[in-house]
Design a protein around this ligand. Structure first.
Ligand code: C2E
Ligand code: CA
Ligand code: CA
Length: 452
């Protein structure tokens, strides 16, 4: 949490004290001022209500707001924040809404019991399900939320600190999440400086391992690609999922050596399989936006490819829409360079990022991976089905492969076949598995899992 809360608009103590049940969004420039605003709001209610109602303090941080500003402009960002504030104002029973930083909000909610935390969070998250429409440009926004309870006016400072910690944990463990202070787990409560030091060591000491998840071509029933997904085999905490450490790696800059380790290891593994004459599939490697924006990214990738001796046409780089929206000119140059070498490019988590599809014309893209969130409810949710259908048709029109991610059920598969989806990935076929397990499956079936 930032130590200094930026002043965007002056709010006097009087305005803060006179907030009504659907308060206006007040801008706060210092943490102490927020503490003061909470105290005044609570005191005001204490005079009228007895006993003092329980309060839930929520701190919200808009995920990747910097990227929105960067790619769509500051005017867009400001207008977007106004719309977000407008949606937050529809929440009740809410005593106080403050904008506590460029892209941070604080909310003080009244509750009868602690069991109301979950429905309140649900209501906040629901506000972000619909896209925002700013300057005729649609945009989906996710928020990270940290929460704590305020049970007495004496504990305001402590509760604020707790909500800060919870928000930090939400941001560090994958964003688009809510973390309640009292549910901070062993990983999120570990001192982040310590985690960062441990992750640095992990890269050097080979504590990272790659799992592989197959992608199946529906027309032939063949596996065509294996996606490399990193895990951290932590000496004390056991196997840690990437969503629990990639955000920390991105924030600390460790994503650069980590990403290089992943690419090198995936290339070496592919060369080993080629030499053994097994698992003759493409290998997909996830490239984080921070990695992609590194000016030396393509040179580093080429160096690894040359050193490991992999034929680049076996490689696919999975990048997200936000990566390529950052700097169009550089992106075109980098992607052209990679494509000329024979590397394929796929757009990961397609559909949840920026809705401008204009970029698709400019970039050499081979594959769109439909985000799991659309596939999840494809059987029951008409909107998700419509979006999936639209992406599949877009893929056909652009002559690129379309992969449906996160396919878990046969009923989802049946619908995807009907919608003429070409390839799938998901637990139905196989979860990501270790090298040992994937080689075992190969020996047994000549493909990880047979599905009809
Ligand atoms: P992703 O690239 O979208 O990878 C797919 C994630 O969905 C994987 O989670 C996979 O286990 C999960 N998944 C696959 N099929 C299903 C399914 O049927 N149902 C459900 N519920 N989940 C399914 P995982 O391995 O935990 O990775 C999470 C994310 O971490 C990845 O999402 C990717 O963004 C990131 N990541 C993983 N490895 C790397 C890496 O080497 N580098 C970078 N930069 N990011 C990575
Ligand atoms: Ca991926
Ligand atoms: Ca994905």
């Amino acid at each position: 949490m930032k130590a200094v809360w930026r002043l965007l608009h002056l709010a006097t103590a009087t305005t803060l004290g006179t907030l009504r049940s659907t308060p206006k969004v007040t801008r706060i420039h210092h943490r102490l001022e927020l503490q003061d605003a909470i105290r005044k709001t609570m005191r005001r209610h204490h005079r009228t209500t007895s006993p003092l109602p329980l309060r839930i303090l929520l701190l919200l941080d808009i995920d990747r707001f910097r990227q929105v500003n960067f790619s769509l402009g500051y005017t867009y960002g400001d207008l977007l924040l106004q719309q977000i504030a407008g949606r937050l104002q529809t929440l009740s029973p809410c005593d106080l809404i403050v904008q506590t930083g460029d892209d941070e909000f604080g909310l003080l909610m009244r509750a009868d019991g602690k069991d109301q935390l979950s429905p309140i969070i649900q209501r906040v998250q629901n506000l972000f399900h619909m896209p925002f429409n700013v300057m005729e440009q649609m945009c989906y926004i996710n928020v990270s939320i940290g929460s704590s309870f305020i049970e007495s006016s004496a504990s305001i400072e402590q509760s604020l600190h707790q909500a800060d910690q919870a928000l930090l944990a939400a941001k560090h463990t994958g964003k688009n999440k809510h973390v309640a202070y009292n549910s901070l787990n062993k990983l999120t409560s570990v001192n982040h400086i310590q985690m960062e030091t441990e992750l640095r060591q992990a890269i050097l000491e080979n504590e990272l391992i790659l799992y592989y998840q197959p992608r199946l071509e529906l027309s032939t029933g063949n596996i065509i690609c294996l996606e490399a997904l990193v895990r951290w085999n932590h000496p004390r905490l056991g196997l840690i999922a990437p969503n629990d450490f990639i955000p920390l790696a991105e924030e600390s800059g460790l994503i650069l050596p980590l990403g290089e380790w992943v690419l090198r290891e995936a290339c070496l593994q592919k060369v080993r399989w080629l030499e053994a004459g097994i698992l003759n599939y493409q290998i997909a490697v996830n490239i984080s936006p921070c990695q992609f924006q590194d000016e030396h990214f393509s040179d580093k990738a080429i160096h690894i490819i040359e050193k490991t001796g992999i034929d680049p046409s076996y490689l696919e780089f999975e990048i997200t829409e936000s990566s390529i929206m950052q700097n169009m000119e550089t992106t075109v140059a980098v992607l052209d360079k990679l494509c000329k070498m024979g590397i394929s490019i796929s757009i990961d988590d397609f559909g949840i990022g920026y809705s401008s599809l204009n970029y698709l014309k400019h970039f050499p893209i081979h594959c769109l991976k439909i985000d799991r969130s659309f596939v999840k409810n494809i059987q029951s949710n008409k909107d998700d089905l419509a979006i999936t259908n639209a992406i599949i048709h877009l893929g056909h029109a652009l002559n690129v492969q379309v992969v449906a991610e996160g396919v878990e059920e046969l009923s989802q598969l049946a619908i995807l076949k009907e919608t003429t989806c070409t390839t799938i990935q998901g637990y139905l076929l196989s979860p990501p598995v270790s090298v040992f397990d994937i080689e075992q499956s190969f020996n047994q079936y000549n493909r990880p899992v047979m599905i009809s």
